[in-house]
Design a protein around this ligand. Sequence first.
Ligand code: GAP
Length: 492
Amino acid sequence: MSNAPEDIFKNVISHAKEYGFVFPSSEIYDGLSAVYDYGQNGVELKNNIKTYWWKAMVQMNENIVGLDSAIFMHPMIWKASGHVDGFSDPMIDNKDSQKRYRADQLLEDKIAAYDQEGKTDLAELLQSEMDAALKNEDLPRLRELIIEYEITDPIGGSKNWTEVRQFNLMFSTQMGAIAGEADVVYLRPETAQGIFVNYLNVQKSGRMKIPFGIAQIGKAFRNEVIARQFIIRMREFEQMEMQYFVRPGTQLEWFEKWKETRLKWHLALGTAPEKYRYHEHTKLAHYADAAFDIEFEFPFGFKEVEGIHSRTDFDLSQHQKFSNKKMQYFDPELGPDGKPYGNYIPYVIETSIGLDRMFLLTMINAYEEEDLSTEERQDSRTVLHLHPCLAPVKAAIFPLTKKDGLPEKAREIMDALKVDFNLQYEEKDTIGRRYRRQDAIGTPFCITVDHQTLEDDTVTIRYRDTMQQERVKAADLQKIIGDLVSWKNLLG
Ligand code: GAP
C-alpha cells in the first residue's frame, strides 16, 4: 500500500475498471483515445450524481426548470455563439515525430520548468511574451517563441517545428444524404446553447418570471488535442449546466449567490473544505463580466470542476442578431421610477459542471486502502466511502448459508425492498469476502439472513464505514435504509 498521490490515482483508475465503474471505450480494439464507457456500477454512481444535481437545482428551486435539447443544432447557432470562429487552440506539429501539440501548452511547460529551476526572470519574460502573442492572436510569434526558447519535442527532442495553426475543437459531421458544405452540422461542444435558443419557448410555455433558470444535463463533444488524466479531459463527456436569466444590473449579485450555492452543493457531500478552492479568472472572455472556477485538489493538483460565469446578454444578443428573432423579455414589474421595467434582453449567470470530473472527484474522495491489521493478523480492505445517496448499490442481502431455507428467506426480504432501493443478492463465499466485495463498490449496508431470522424475523445489518453490526427487525429495514439514503440528508 502506498499513499503517494500518483499511486493513489493509478489505484483509483484500476479499481474503477476492476469493479465495473469505468472502462476504456472499444477496449478490445485497443481503445479510442480519451473516450470511456461507464460500467454497471459507474452508471449507477453517475445517475446518482445527476439526481443530486437535478434535485438541488430543479426540484428545490421553484423558478428553475429542466430541458433536454438535441445534440444536433442549426449550424448558425455555433456561428452566433462564436464557436465556429473562436473555439480553437493554437497547434503546432513536430515534423520528425509527427506529433501535434498545443503551442501555448509547450510554452507553459517551459515557463513551469524555468520556475522549477529558479529562473524566475526568464519565466516572467516568456509568460508576458506569450500572453501578448495570444492576446493579439499572433500565431507566427508563438512559433518564434518556441524556436527562440529552444523548446524541443517532449517525445523525440527534435526542434523541427511546423507553423502554428488554429485547430477548431468542434466535431463536425454531415446531415442528410448528400455530403456538402451546406449540410455540415456540429456535435455540440457545450449544452448551454440549447438553453439559450429555447429560453423564450420555456419562458412563455412555463410563464416564467425573471429571475428564472433553465437546467440541462447532456453530452458535449470536443476534439481535445491534449487528452490526458483519465476522465478529466475527454472527447465525449457530460455537462450539467444551468443558465439563470436576470434583470440587467443585478447580475453580479446573482453571480455571488450562485458562486456560494454551488460550493455548498459540493461541500454537502462531506468533502474536506480545504480540498476545494475558487479560482478567479483575471483574463475575462470579451462577453463575461465575472468568472470563477471551483477547483478540486486531485492527486495531480488543483483542477477546475465547475465554472460560474456572468455572461452578460452576449449569447442572447448574438442569437437575436443571427436569427433575426426577438430575444427580448417583457418585465411587467415596476422599477424605482414607478414604471414597468419593460422589454430587455436578460443577463445570464451560468453554472457549468463537468459530470465526469465530478465522478472522478467522488471516486478519489471516497477511495481508501484501509489497514485493519491487529496484533494477531495482518488485514486490509479497499473501501469506497461514498455518500449513501450516491452509492451504486444501497444494500446487499446475504443468506448466511446456501441451505436451510435461508436463500428463500433472503430473497423474500429482497423482493420487498428492491422496488425502492438498488440491491444486490450474494450467496457465494464467506460473509467476510462478501463484505469486502461490497466495501469495494461502496455499498453502505449489508444485511445477513441467518437461522435466527427464521425464528424471529430479525437480521443483522452491517455498516460499511464502522463495520459495526446490529440486529434489527426485517420489517424495519425499509425505514432504516430509507432514512439513511434519503436525499433529505443532502438537501434537507
Ligand atoms: N458552457 C460553459 C462551458 O462549457 P467550460 O469551462 O468549457 O464551460 C464546463 O466547461 C465544465 O465542463 C468544466 O468545468 C469541466 O468540468 C467540464 N469539461 C470541459 N471540457 C471537458 C473535457 N474535455 N472532458 C471532461 N470534462 C470537461
